[in-house]
Ligand binder design. Structure first.
Ligand SMILES: Cc1cc2c(cc1C)N(C[C@H](O)[C@H](O)[C@H](O)COP(=O)(O)O)c1[nH]c(=O)[nH]c(=O)c1N2
Length: 210
């Protein structure tokens, strides 16, 4: 039996407040085993029917990394074209990935074909497989921050291209590409808020009572 006290709860709250999506990394390598430890923690996450559908790909190969960076550049240029005027200038000024500097690249997939969990909970909502993987990523994000390690989620990528570059099984659905490393700075405010792209709203705005 483990009990958590007020001091722990306060610190846990601080962890939530100080977790950030990181785009500015130091190039310093992570200690051996650090990413494996984060993966191990992520695997403690809840998953539909205990299906454990998360699949991790550590991308160390320089040519594959370069292909991912090229894909990000192309997708980001296309995304910029969707904006005009002032919004376009603001978008162009944002840094939306730390792919070039981050010492570690980790791609994460959901295995849609695995029969681990025997389909429990997925019949009416097959997308719970993907939800389970996102839950694991959130756990990893927080565990990393607790060790002073930053994670940046990059989704400005073409899933088909990433699939081809990483040569993974067809049944794996691309969920996330993570940059992992030591952040250049810590902050308790989202970078997009500091850049005046969007602001954090009051939770009341998102809550209905029925
Ligand atoms: C599914 C998903 C996908 C993305 C993100 C997040 C999530 C959950 N975020 C990070 C996102 O911008 C960030 O979480 C918010 O701006 C809030 O900032 P903090 O995470 O609180 O620092 C993100 N950031 C970025 O710079 N490039 C990206 O492609 C993405 N993609």
């Amino acid at each position: 039996m483990v009990e958590f006290d007020d001091t722990f709860r306060r610190q846990l709250r601080e962890l939530f407040v100080w977790r950030r999506d990181v785009r500015h990394f130091r190039t310093t390598a992570l200690p051996d085993g650090a990413v494996e430890r984060l993966i191990e923690t992520a695997c403690l996450s809840p998953s539909v029917g205990l299906s454990q559908p998360w699949r991790f790909v550590m991308v160390d190969d320089a040519a594959r990394r370069r292909a991912v960076i090229d894909d990000f550049r192309a997708c980001n240029a296309e995304a910029l074209n969707c904006y005009s005027g002032e919004r376009a200038s603001r978008y162009a000024a944002l840094k939306l990935s730390g792919l070039e500097q981050a010492p570690c690249h980790l791609a994460i997939f959901a295995d849609k074909a695995s029969d681990i969990g025997h389909g429990l909970g997925r019949a009416t909502m097959p997308e719970t497989t993907e939800y389970s993987v996102v839950a694991a990523i959130t756990a990893m994000w927080l565990a990393a921050r607790a060790e002073g390690i930053g994670i940046g989620w990059v989704s400005i990528l073409s899933p088909e291209r990433i699939h081809a570059v990483l040569d993974v099984p067809a049944s794996w659905k691309f969920i996330a590409y993570l940059c992992i490393g030591y952040p250049e700075a810590e902050c308790d405010q989202p970078e997009l808020e500091r850049a005046k792209w969007e602001s954090r709203r009051n939770p009341d705005e998102f809550t209905l009572k029925r």
